[in-house]
Design a protein around this ligand. Structure first.
Ligand code: SAH
Ligand code: SF4
Length: 362
């Protein structure tokens, strides 16, 4: 892992994407530049420009003014770690004000996926999740979410690759930062910016029912993933504490409402915790809950997190549980555990860097 120097906590110029399209156009016009320069600037950002000076078709004096007034990004890289023989790159960023978040780039043949953060920390507090162990920091702004993607575009562009998919499966609960997440999805999918099709954007949630319903009304048609992990309230109340407020049957009804509205199949995520939710009983309960629905189950073998009571299941137990769920008539995929050696379960690089800093300052 490479640790990069901290650049201090002082926020300086606003990030260019903290302005809406119309605000940037107004700024340009007030600086005697035509509004269409906004499209040019966004075009350069979408191609991964790291400075205004690279923006060749923007006149030099305007580039200098942009440089004086704005930053390309508000994110500062503070640690980078690689795994899977270079196929996975995880980056920890410092935000203005000092909180940090991480994102993970995963390269596959024919596509590249970014796992993005929507909050510094997470207020939900699932007991198996590294992010949930830290005190909640703050919501990210839309531009801070999009800037993670721009950084990934830069990284991948240098390798001749394109960012094709984005999953909101990094730090935070996207539906607890609703407005900024929806705004960021609009920008990620805006053809004038990143132009990523909404169906290639996955928003994963622990289950905030009112926000799932609202998302269905946005006409965004992103892929919805529900972090289910248990099909009975008694167990889900423990694994995903928001279940005490939004019980599992209501959650599945809301998710299917989303599927009906958008005609998009819903993904149900199931972190496999040995001896906890990988039994025949769990498979049967899952079958009863989802059979006949426009749904797909993703099994995620637990990525071990220190100081939790949970263990990853053996490979054979994963295969067995997959078979049991398939026998219930559901379609199932076992998600690969990319980046285990890059601390790549959400929150883990953050956890390690924070632990090392604590050691240094002790
Ligand atoms: N807060 C949202 C999105 C971020 S978490 C949510 O919970 O859906 C993204 C996914 O990673 C969730 O399905 C979550 O349950 C899973 N996850 C968290 N910690 C994990 C771990 N240690 N091992 C495997 N998956 C984990
Ligand atoms: Fe938050 Fe998701 Fe982690 Fe639960 S799994 S604590 S909702 S980030």
């Amino acid at each position: 892992m490479t640790q990069l120097p901290l650049n201090g906590l002082v926020a300086d110029r606003p990030a260019i994407l903290s302005l809406s399209a119309s605000d940037l156009e107004a700024w340009l016009v007030s600086h005697a530049a035509p509004a269409y320069r906004r499209q040019q600037v966004w075009g350069w950002l979408a191609r991964g420009s790291a400075s205004f000076d690279e923006m060749g078709d923007v006149p030099k004096p305007l580039r200098s003014e942009l440089e004086r007034e704005f930053r390309i990004t508000s994110l500062r890289q503070i640690a980078v770690s690689e795994a899977d023989r270079g196929l996975t790159t995880k980056t920890l960023y410092e935000l203005d004000g000092g909180h940090s978040v991480e994102s993970v780039v995963m390269r596959y043949s024919g596509r590249s996926t970014l796992c993005i953060s929507s909050q510094a920390g997470c207020p939900i507090g699932c007991p198996f999740c590294a992010t949930g162990k830290f005190p909640f920091g703050r919501n990210l702004k839309a531009n801070e979410i999009v800037e993670q993607a721009l950084d990934a575009v830069r990284l991948l562009g240098a390798e001749g690759r394109r960012l094709s998919h984005v999953v909101f499966m990094g730090m935070g609960e996207p539906m607890a930062n609703y407005q900024a997440v929806v705004e960021s999805v609009r920008r990620l999918s805006d053809p004038e910016l990143l132009g990523i099709s909404p169906r290639r954007i996955v928003v994963s949630t622990s289950g905030l029912i009112p926000r799932i319903t609202q998302l269905g009304e946005e006409k965004l048609a992103v892929t919805l993933a529900i972090s289910l992990h248990a099909a009975r309230d008694e167990l889900r109340d423990v694994l995903v504490p928001i279940n005490r407020k939004y019980p599992v049957a209501d959650l599945v009804a809301a998710a299917q409402g989303y599927a009906d509205r958008t005609s998009r199949r819903v993904s149900y995520e199931w972190v496999l915790l040995a001896g906890v939710n990988d039994t025949e009983r769990d498979a049967k309960e899952l079958g009863r809950l989802l059979r006949g629905k426009l749904a797909h189950v993703n099994l995620i073998p637990f990525n071990p997190v220190d100081d939790t009571p949970y263990r990853a299941p053996e490979r054979a137990a994963v295969r067995r549980f997959k078979g049991l769920v398939e026998a219930q008539g559901l379609t199932v995929t076992v998600r690969d555990t990319r980046g285990r050696d890059a601390d790549a379960a959400c929150g883990q690089l953050h956890e390690r860097v924070m632990a090392e800093r604590t050691k240094v300052s002790a």
